[in-house]
Design a protein around this ligand. Structure first.
Ligand code: ADP
Ligand code: MG
Length: 508
C-alpha cells in the first residue's frame, strides 16, 4: 500500500523534517486507531485519515481545505469548544472530554472521547486533539439507560411496590406504589414476617413464602394480610426472586408487593352473594314446605289450648303454639330472604330507633350480667327501608352473637347516628368480647359458617342479617381483632335518600 506523501507545501504537511521522518509520522498517524486533528483553535492544520472518515470526508486534504472547523462543530458547542481550546493553549494543560456526541457530514451520529493537549508545531503552540471513537460503547450505555428509564417509568406507573430484601428477610429498599410504597417504606429494616399478623403466620401461603426464602427459590403468593401502620391491615400479593452475587451466593431477594385488598374483598363479596343466592333457592323450597306443615299445627294447637279443660293441658298447648309461632317467624324470614323483593316494593320503618330499643330491652332481660350502653344521636330518628320484624331480627342476631361471644360479664355498646353523608342511618353494635381471628372474620357472613359447638350455632344468623341489610340497599361491615372485641357497623339508607325519578319530584 503506497502512502501518499503530502507535498511539502500542502496545508496537511507535517513539520519540516527528513523525508524518512515525514513518512514515518504519516504512517503512524494514519495507522492510528484514533482520529487525530492538529489545529489552532478553529483552523485545521493536520488531520489523519481516521479523522476524515469519522467526519465523512473522502480524505484528510478535504478537511484541511475547509479552512475553518466551524462547519464540523454544532453551533451550540462552538463557544464551549473555543473556551476549552483557549484554556488548553493558555494553561498548557491537557483536557479530556468523554462521550462527546457528534455528527458526520452525512448526519451519522458518533460518540468520541476527546483528549486535547498543546504541542509545539511549526514554531507555534497549537492543539493536538485525538478522538477515540466510543460510539458502540455509548450506544450500549444509552440503551441501558433507556431500558432503566423504561423500567423506572413502568415502576412508577404501576401500583406495585418494588422491594429488596436481605437474605435474612429484612426490607432494604422499597420503591413505587404511592401510598402503599410509603407504608412499606416505614417498614424498612424490619423483617417482612414481623408485619404479618400473628394469627396468619401459620397459614399455608405464609409458610410457603418462608420455605421459598429459606431455600433461595422464587415465589409467587396468594394474598396474605400485612399490618401496614397508616394503612392498617391490607391483603398483599407478594412475589419475589432470589438475588445472587457473582459467586452464585444468595445475597437477598427482590420482588413486588401488590395491594389486592379491594379485589379480594370484591371476590369474597361475589362469592358470598352467589352462596346466598344458592342458599336462598334451597331454603326457599324447604321453608315453603315447612310453612304448609305449620299451618295445621298453629290452627289446632290454638283450638286445643282454647278447649283445654285443665291448666296443665292449656299450658302444654300454649307452649306448642308459641314454638310453632316462633318457627313460623323463622320460616317467614327464610322465605323473605329467599325471594328478595325489589327496592321499590319494600316496606319502610318510620321509627327505626323505637324498634331497635324494643329489641334491646327484650334481649337485655335475658343477659343481666352484661352492661348495655345505648346512645342515639337525635337526627338518626328517620324512616329507613325494611320491615320492623326484620330490623328486630337483625338487632337480635347481632346482640345474641355479642352475648354468646362474651359468655359472661362485658359491655355491649349500641349507637345510632346519621351516616356521614346524611343519607342513611348508621347503627353500630360493638362488644368487648374476645374478637375474631382474620380467618373467622373473613367468613362470618357465609351461610352455615359457625365456630360454635353442634346444637348451639347454625351459622345462619349473620348470613340472614347480611341478606336482609343488602336487600334494603344497606351495607354491613365487621371490624374485629383477637382480644379487642368486635364491632358491626350497618349503614341503612333513609327512605328520603332515594330520590324519586326525574319529573316525578314533588313541587318544592
Ligand atoms: P352462629 O351464631 O350460629 O354461629 P352467625 O352467623 O351468627 O352464626 O355467626 C357466625 C360466626 O361468627 C360465629 O360462630 C362466631 O364465630 C362469629 N361471630 C359472630 N359475631 C361475633 C362476635 N360478636 N364476637 C365474636 N365472634 C362472632
Ligand atoms: Mg349467631
Amino acid at each position: 500500500m503506497a502512502t501518499p506523501i503530502p507535498p511539502p507545501n500542502a496545508a496537511s504537511a507535517l513539520p519540516a523534517a527528513s523525508d524518512d521522518q515525514q513518512e514515518l509520522f504519516t504512517a503512524l498517524l494514519d495507522g492510528s486507531n484514533q482520529a487525530i486533528l492538529i489545529h489552532d483553535r478553529l483552523e485545521p492544520l493536520y488531520a489523519n485519515r481516521r479523522f476524515a472518515r469519522l467526519l465523512g470526508f473522502e480524505s484528510p486534504e478535504e478537511v484541511i481545505a475547509l479552512g475553518w472547523l466551524d462547519d464540523l462543530i454544532p453551533i451550540q458547542r462552538l463557544v464551549r469548544a473555543f473556551v476549552i481550546w483557549s484554556r488548553v493553549l493558555e494553561s498548557g494543560q491537557a483536557v479530556s472530554l468523554t462521550e462527546v456526541r457528534g455528527f458526520s457530514r452525512q448526519g451519522v451520529e458518533f460518540y468520541v472521547d476527546i483528549h486535547t493537549r498543546p504541542i509545539q508545531w511549526q514554531g507555534r503552540t497549537v492543539i493536538f486533539s485525538s478522538l477515540y471513537d466510543v460510539t458502540a460503547r455509548a450506544r450500549v450505555k444509552r440503551e441501558l439507560e433507556g431500558n432503566y428509564l423504561r423500567y423506572r417509568q413502568l415502576a412508577e406507573s404501576a401500583h406495585d411496590v418494588f422491594w429488596d430484601m436481605s437474605a435474612d428477610g429484612r426490607l432494604t429498599q422499597v420503591e413505587g406504589g404511592d401510598d402503599l410504597g410509603h407504608a412499606f417504606s416505614l417498614c424498612l429494616g424490619d423483617r417482612w414476617i414481623d408485619h404479618i399478623p400473628l394469627e396468619a403466620r401459620d397459614d399455608a401461603t405464609v409458610t410457603a413464602i418462608e420455605a421459598a426464602l429459606a431455600a433461595g427459590r422464587a415465589f409467587r403468593s396468594e394474598t396474605i394480610p400485612f399490618d401496614l401502620g397508616p394503612l392498617g391491615r391490607r391483603l398483599i400479593e407478594m412475589n419475589g426472586v432470589p438475588v445472587r452475587d457473582e459467586a452464585e451466593r444468595l445475597i437477598g431477594f427482590r420482588g413486588t408487593f401488590r395491594d389486592e385488598t379491594g379485589a379480594e374483598q370484591a371476590r369474597r363479596e361475589g362469592e358470598l352473594q352467589r352462596n346466598l343466592a344458592a342458599l336462598g333457592r334451597v331454603s326457599g323450597g324447604v321453608a315453603h314446605e315447612i310453612n304448609n306443615l305449620l299451618q295445621p299445627i298453629l290452627t289446632y294447637s290454638r283450638l286445643a289450648a282454647d278447649r283445654a279443660t285443665n291448666n296443665r293441658d292449656r299450658e302444654a298447648m300454649q307452649t306448642i303454639l308459641a314454638s310453632a309461632r316462633q318457627a313460623r317467624d323463622i320460616v317467614r324470614t327464610v322465605l323473605e330472604f329467599a325471594r328478595p323483593r325489589s327496592l321499590g316494593g319494600l316496606a319502610t320503618i318510620p321509627d327505626p330507633i323505637e324498634v331497635i330499643d324494643r329489641e334491646i330491652r327484650i334481649l337485655a332481660a335475658q343477659a343481666p350480667e352484661i352492661r348495655l350502653t345505648v346512645s342515639h344521636t337525635p337526627d338518626s330518628n328517620r324512616a329507613i327501608f325494611g320491615g320492623p320484624g326484620e330490623l328486630g331480627q337483625v338487632v337480635a342476631n347481632l346482640l345474641k352473637n355479642a352475648f354468646e361471644a362474651m359468655d359472661g360479664p362485658g359491655t355491649v355498646t349500641v349507637t345510632t347516628a346519621a351516616h356521614a353523608d346524611g343519607k342513611a342511618l348508621e347503627l353500630c353494635i360493638a362488644d368487648t368480647g374476645p374478637g375474631m381471628t382474620e380467618t373467622v372474620r373473613a367468613r362470618v357472613f357465609e351461610p352455615f359458617f359457625t365456630t360454635k359447638e353442634f346444637g348451639k350455632g347454625t351459622g345462619l344468623g349473620l348470613s340472614i342479617v347480611y341478606g336482609v341489610v343488602r336487600r334494603w340497599g344497606g351495607t354491613i361491615q365487621c371490624v374485629s381483632f383477637p382480644g379487642s372485641g368486635t364491632r358491626f357497623t350497618l349503614i341503612l339508607p333513609y327512605v328520603t335518600a332515594l330520590s324519586p325519578p326525574e319529573g316525578e319530584k314533588p313541587p318544592a
